[in-house]
Design a protein around this ligand. Structure first.
Ligand SMILES: [Mg+2]
Length: 119
């Protein structure tokens, strides 16, 4: 997994650190952003292989950030992530590449990342 870069965007510090630790253990390089604005700034300076994006964040939420990032880089893979039951909308209407329910068990997230990267 050398050189695979993942951007984790979440307003909750404990989630950022959990995902960073777990994904670094898998061998990925992980950068963090705490809201949509920061995420867009990071994307302007660095090419990420995958972005893991929380939905509920103050300021700019994950859906807005997703749309702005896809406008800049159409092929940028983005996984939306939120707590169970937070959203009851039809996820297929969103332009994310995948949706994962946020959990302390990061197994589903790790597998989704692998699916997107084809590894
Ligand atoms: Mg949040």
């Amino acid at each position: 997994m050398n050189g695979i870069k993942i951007l984790v965007v979440d307003d909750e510090e404990n989630i950022r650190f959990l995902f960073k630790e777990e994904l670094e253990e898998e061998g990925y390089q992980v950068e963090l952003a705490s809201n949509g604005f920061e995420a867009i700034d990071k994307v302007k300076g660095t090419k990420f292989d995958v972005i893991v994006m929380d939905i509920k964040m103050p300021g700019m939420d994950g859906i807005q950030a997703l749309n702005e990032i896809k406008n800049m880089i159409k092929e940028q893979p983005v996984i939306l992530c939120s707590a169970y039951g937070e959203f009851k909308q039809d996820f297929s209407s969103w332009i994310s590449d995948a949706y994962v329910v946020k959990s302390a068990d990061t197994g589903e997230l790790k597998q989704t990342i692998k699916n997107i990267l084809n590894i």
